[in-house]
Design a protein around this ligand. Structure first.
Ligand SMILES: C[S@@+](CC[C@H](N)C(=O)[O-])C[C@H]1O[C@@H](n2cnc3c(N)ncnc32)[C@H](O)[C@@H]1O
Length: 284
């Protein structure tokens, strides 16, 4: 750690070096984001301002952010926000940080249904529900979560984004209480306990286990969802799930066995089998 920092360039070089030595994969990008975020500047503006002197208080806040990152805390929890499709979402330890794969889930879901009623089961920050409301033409979008803490965060993201999503607390489809939906989207917890135990500590020590673990085989919630969703999806409606790539084909088989039609497994942007899509009834 340096005691005296004179310019922004020196401060950022210190932060980048510290993150790099700790094995952070993109140390410069993260250091610039941690700086620019706390100071209402883009990373590009920070690059151009390298010769500017930095006040002691600003330098101290930046060092604190770097220390939190060095301790393993994810950037989105340090800055308190992340981007998801066209939205900026508040993020904290109450809910999982939305991942790039999940942005793809919204694409494949919207390609199948864009109107009527949509629901996001296990909404976390509200990312999927808010994106469906933002980009689809749905009469209403519902976000469900069993965690009251996550739902409070989703609700505040809803208010901040101005999207009219209905938030319901409860177990999977139970809070829908008889409502029929044209599109059910979910990124449920899908890791086994053993997979969870071997995760990087920046995930395990910070993000909620409730958002990640799906029972001994990782499929407990996926299986229940594929069974229970049949009673809430309209006959021509769709289900779109994000699943573990190691179990995507097996999830497709569970969907077929549960009676879903047109079952399709699609890859995510990293080329891994990630999405399972199915229609409740056949079109003919
Ligand atoms: C993988 S996270 C997904 C969060 C968010 N949809 C996203 O994609 O970033 C799974 C979410 O499901 C919620 N969850 C876990 N068990 C649930 C259940 N039985 N019923 C409803 N939600 C549940 C967790 O609280 C968590 O917010």
């Amino acid at each position: 750690m340096v005691d005296v920092v004179q310019t922004l360039g020196e401060l950022l070089a210190w932060g980048t070096g510290a993150l790099s030595r700790a094995g952070v994969v993109e140390p410069r990008r993260e250091a610039f984001r941690l700086w620019s975020d706390g100071h209402d500047r883009t990373a590009a503006m920070a690059t151009l301002a390298g010769a500017e002197p930095v006040g002691a208080e600003a330098a101290s806040r930046f060092r604190d952010s770097i220390r939190r990152r060095l301790a393993g805390e994810p950037v989105a929890y340090i800055t308190g926000w992340t981007g998801f499709r066209r939205l900026t979402l508040h993020c904290d330890r109450r809910a999982l940080i939305p991942r790039p794969e999940t942005e793809g889930l919204v694409d494949v879901a919207l390609a199948r249904a864009r109107s009527g009623l949509a629901v996001d089961i296990g909404t976390g920050t509200g990312a999927i529900a808010l994106a469906l409301s933002d980009e689809g033409e749905f009469a209403d979008v519902i976000g469900v979560d069993v965690s009251p803490e996550a739902l409070a965060l989703a609700c505040s993201n809803g208010m901040a984004s101005g999207r009219p999503v209905t938030w319901l607390e409860g177990d999977l489809v139970a809070p829908l209480a008889g409502r029929q939906v044209n599109l059910l989207v979910s990124n449920p917890p899908y890791l086994t306990q053993a997979e969870y135990d071997s995760l990087d500590r920046s995930v395990r020590d910070y993000e909620p286990a409730l958002a990640l673990v799906g029972g001994d085989d990782g499929q407990r919630l996926v299986r229940r969802l594929l069974h229970d969703a049949r009673s809430v999806v309209t006959p021509t409606g769709w289900i779109a799930l994000e699943v573990d790539c190691r179990r995507a084909e097996a999830t497709g088989r569970i969907a077929t066995a549960a009676g879903w039609e047109s079952v399709t497994v699609l890859d995510d942007l990293f080329g891994r089998a990630r999405y399972v899509l199915a229609r409740r009834g056949s079109t003919s």
